[in-house]
Ligand binder design. Structure first.
Ligand code: SF4
Ligand code: SF4
Length: 181
Protein backbone atom coordinates (compact mmCIF):
# COMPACT_ATOMS: atom_id res chain seq x y z
CA UNK A 1 0.00 0.00 0.00
CA UNK A 2 1.39 3.40 -0.95
CA UNK A 3 2.55 5.56 1.92
CA UNK A 4 3.60 2.64 4.12
CA UNK A 5 6.46 3.45 6.54
CA UNK A 6 9.66 1.37 6.35
CA UNK A 7 11.67 0.02 9.30
CA UNK A 8 13.47 3.33 9.82
CA UNK A 9 10.11 5.12 10.00
CA UNK A 10 10.63 6.92 6.70
CA UNK A 11 7.91 6.64 4.12
CA UNK A 12 8.76 3.84 1.72
CA UNK A 13 8.96 4.86 -1.95
CA UNK A 14 6.10 3.81 -4.22
CA UNK A 15 8.02 1.11 -6.10
CA UNK A 16 8.40 -0.86 -2.87
CA UNK A 17 4.78 -0.57 -1.87
CA UNK A 18 2.76 -0.51 -5.09
CA UNK A 19 2.23 -3.30 -7.59
CA UNK A 20 3.02 -2.60 -11.23
CA UNK A 21 -0.69 -2.82 -12.01
CA UNK A 22 -1.64 -0.29 -9.31
CA UNK A 23 0.90 2.38 -10.27
CA UNK A 24 -0.28 5.70 -11.64
CA UNK A 25 0.81 6.59 -15.16
CA UNK A 26 3.40 9.01 -13.78
CA UNK A 27 4.80 6.38 -11.39
CA UNK A 28 4.92 3.80 -14.18
CA UNK A 29 6.74 6.11 -16.57
CA UNK A 30 9.24 7.15 -13.89
CA UNK A 31 10.30 3.51 -13.40
CA UNK A 32 12.11 3.72 -16.73
CA UNK A 33 15.70 4.67 -15.93
CA UNK A 34 16.33 6.02 -19.43
CA UNK A 35 19.03 3.49 -20.28
CA UNK A 36 17.86 2.92 -23.85
CA UNK A 37 18.87 -0.75 -23.80
CA UNK A 38 15.44 -1.94 -24.87
CA UNK A 39 15.69 0.31 -27.95
CA UNK A 40 18.50 -1.82 -29.38
CA UNK A 41 17.74 -4.31 -32.12
CA UNK A 42 18.00 -7.95 -31.20
CA UNK A 43 18.38 -11.08 -33.27
CA UNK A 44 16.26 -14.12 -32.50
CA UNK A 45 17.29 -17.62 -33.47
CA UNK A 46 14.22 -19.07 -35.19
CA UNK A 47 15.07 -22.61 -34.07
CA UNK A 48 15.97 -22.07 -30.43
CA UNK A 49 14.34 -18.73 -29.65
CA UNK A 50 17.67 -17.52 -28.27
CA UNK A 51 18.10 -13.74 -28.27
CA UNK A 52 21.32 -12.00 -29.27
CA UNK A 53 21.83 -8.30 -28.60
CA UNK A 54 23.26 -5.85 -31.10
CA UNK A 55 24.51 -2.29 -30.70
CA UNK A 56 22.21 -1.21 -33.52
CA UNK A 57 19.77 1.34 -32.14
CA UNK A 58 16.27 2.23 -33.24
CA UNK A 59 16.23 5.20 -35.58
CA UNK A 60 14.28 7.27 -33.03
CA UNK A 61 16.79 6.85 -30.21
CA UNK A 62 18.87 9.86 -29.21
CA UNK A 63 22.34 8.41 -28.62
CA UNK A 64 23.24 11.10 -26.09
CA UNK A 65 20.17 11.31 -23.88
CA UNK A 66 19.23 7.68 -24.62
CA UNK A 67 15.60 8.76 -24.85
CA UNK A 68 13.08 8.34 -27.65
CA UNK A 69 12.95 11.44 -29.83
CA UNK A 70 9.26 10.97 -30.62
CA UNK A 71 7.80 9.07 -27.69
CA UNK A 72 4.13 10.14 -28.17
CA UNK A 73 4.05 9.00 -31.82
CA UNK A 74 6.49 6.09 -31.64
CA UNK A 75 3.89 3.39 -32.37
CA UNK A 76 3.04 4.93 -35.73
CA UNK A 77 6.66 5.48 -36.74
CA UNK A 78 8.11 2.26 -35.34
CA UNK A 79 5.29 -0.34 -35.40
CA UNK A 80 7.37 -3.00 -33.64
CA UNK A 81 8.19 -0.73 -30.69
CA UNK A 82 6.84 -2.44 -27.60
CA UNK A 83 4.75 -0.46 -25.12
CA UNK A 84 5.50 -2.37 -21.95
CA UNK A 85 2.66 -3.65 -19.79
CA UNK A 86 3.00 -5.34 -16.38
CA UNK A 87 2.32 -8.69 -18.04
CA UNK A 88 5.05 -8.15 -20.62
CA UNK A 89 7.49 -7.07 -17.95
CA UNK A 90 6.94 -10.44 -16.30
CA UNK A 91 7.15 -12.50 -19.48
CA UNK A 92 9.70 -10.86 -21.81
CA UNK A 93 12.88 -12.85 -21.28
CA UNK A 94 15.14 -10.27 -22.89
CA UNK A 95 14.35 -7.28 -20.67
CA UNK A 96 17.77 -6.16 -19.40
CA UNK A 97 18.70 -7.17 -15.84
CA UNK A 98 19.10 -3.48 -15.01
CA UNK A 99 15.65 -2.45 -16.25
CA UNK A 100 13.64 -0.68 -13.55
CA UNK A 101 10.47 -2.56 -14.50
CA UNK A 102 12.17 -5.92 -14.34
CA UNK A 103 13.79 -5.17 -10.99
CA UNK A 104 10.50 -4.14 -9.40
CA UNK A 105 8.64 -7.09 -10.95
CA UNK A 106 11.28 -9.39 -9.46
CA UNK A 107 10.76 -7.86 -6.01
CA UNK A 108 14.11 -6.05 -6.03
CA UNK A 109 14.84 -2.50 -4.97
CA UNK A 110 16.03 0.14 -7.42
CA UNK A 111 19.82 0.64 -7.44
CA UNK A 112 21.74 3.78 -6.50
CA UNK A 113 22.05 4.99 -10.07
CA UNK A 114 18.33 4.91 -10.87
CA UNK A 115 17.12 8.52 -11.25
CA UNK A 116 14.31 7.87 -8.78
CA UNK A 117 16.94 7.04 -6.14
CA UNK A 118 19.74 9.42 -7.12
CA UNK A 119 17.50 12.30 -8.13
CA UNK A 120 19.84 12.79 -11.09
CA UNK A 121 19.10 11.55 -14.64
CA UNK A 122 22.86 11.48 -15.34
CA UNK A 123 23.67 8.64 -12.91
CA UNK A 124 22.31 5.99 -15.28
CA UNK A 125 25.01 7.11 -17.72
CA UNK A 126 27.75 7.54 -15.12
CA UNK A 127 27.24 3.97 -13.90
CA UNK A 128 27.65 2.57 -17.41
CA UNK A 129 24.11 1.29 -17.56
CA UNK A 130 22.91 3.35 -20.50
CA UNK A 131 23.72 2.93 -24.17
CA UNK A 132 25.19 6.43 -24.41
CA UNK A 133 27.87 6.73 -27.10
CA UNK A 134 28.20 3.00 -27.76
CA UNK A 135 25.53 2.36 -30.34
CA UNK A 136 25.01 2.93 -34.05
CA UNK A 137 21.88 4.02 -35.89
CA UNK A 138 19.93 1.29 -37.68
CA UNK A 139 19.41 3.49 -40.73
CA UNK A 140 21.27 1.96 -43.66
CA UNK A 141 22.28 -1.22 -41.85
CA UNK A 142 20.97 -4.29 -43.64
CA UNK A 143 19.97 -7.44 -41.78
CA UNK A 144 22.98 -9.36 -43.12
CA UNK A 145 25.27 -6.88 -41.35
CA UNK A 146 23.68 -7.29 -37.94
CA UNK A 147 25.97 -10.18 -37.07
CA UNK A 148 28.85 -7.69 -37.18
CA UNK A 149 27.18 -5.70 -34.43
CA UNK A 150 26.61 -8.42 -31.82
CA UNK A 151 27.31 -7.29 -28.23
CA UNK A 152 26.77 -8.83 -24.83
CA UNK A 153 26.82 -5.82 -22.51
CA UNK A 154 23.07 -5.06 -22.75
CA UNK A 155 22.37 -8.34 -20.94
CA UNK A 156 24.85 -7.60 -18.15
CA UNK A 157 25.13 -5.40 -15.09
CA UNK A 158 28.45 -3.51 -15.08
CA UNK A 159 30.53 -3.53 -11.89
CA UNK A 160 29.72 0.10 -11.13
CA UNK A 161 26.07 -0.76 -11.39
CA UNK A 162 26.26 -3.49 -8.74
CA UNK A 163 28.27 -1.74 -6.05
CA UNK A 164 27.03 1.19 -4.06
CA UNK A 165 29.13 4.29 -4.70
CA UNK A 166 32.47 4.02 -2.93
CA UNK A 167 35.47 6.33 -2.73
CA UNK A 168 37.73 5.89 -5.74
CA UNK A 169 40.72 3.55 -5.20
CA UNK A 170 43.10 6.49 -5.27
CA UNK A 171 41.25 8.31 -2.50
CA UNK A 172 41.12 5.15 -0.38
CA UNK A 173 44.91 4.66 -0.79
CA UNK A 174 45.58 8.18 0.40
CA UNK A 175 43.44 7.58 3.53
CA UNK A 176 45.45 4.43 4.31
CA UNK A 177 48.66 6.39 3.73
CA UNK A 178 47.63 9.04 6.21
CA UNK A 179 46.79 6.46 8.87
CA UNK A 180 50.20 4.83 8.52
CA UNK A 181 51.91 8.19 8.86
S1 SF4 B 1 15.40 -1.24 -20.52
FE1 SF4 B 1 13.80 -0.67 -19.07
S2 SF4 B 1 14.65 1.04 -17.92
FE2 SF4 B 1 15.90 0.84 -19.80
S3 SF4 B 1 14.94 2.23 -21.29
FE3 SF4 B 1 14.01 0.21 -21.55
S4 SF4 B 1 12.14 0.23 -20.28
FE4 SF4 B 1 13.46 1.93 -19.62
S1 SF4 C 1 10.41 4.04 -31.05
FE1 SF4 C 1 11.37 5.11 -29.34
S2 SF4 C 1 10.86 3.87 -27.51
FE2 SF4 C 1 10.47 2.60 -29.34
S3 SF4 C 1 12.36 1.42 -29.67
FE3 SF4 C 1 12.48 3.30 -30.91
S4 SF4 C 1 13.58 4.79 -29.64
FE4 SF4 C 1 12.86 3.15 -28.30
Amino acid sequence: MAGEADREGAEAPFWRTTTLEAMSEAEWESLCDGCGRCCLNKLEDWDTGAIAWTNVACKLLDHGTCRCTNYPNRAEIVPDCISLTPEEVRTLSWLPPTCGYRLVADGKDLPWWHPLVSGDPETVHAAGISVRDRVVDETGIVLEDYENHLVEWPARVPRAGISPRRPAAKALKSVIGRRRA
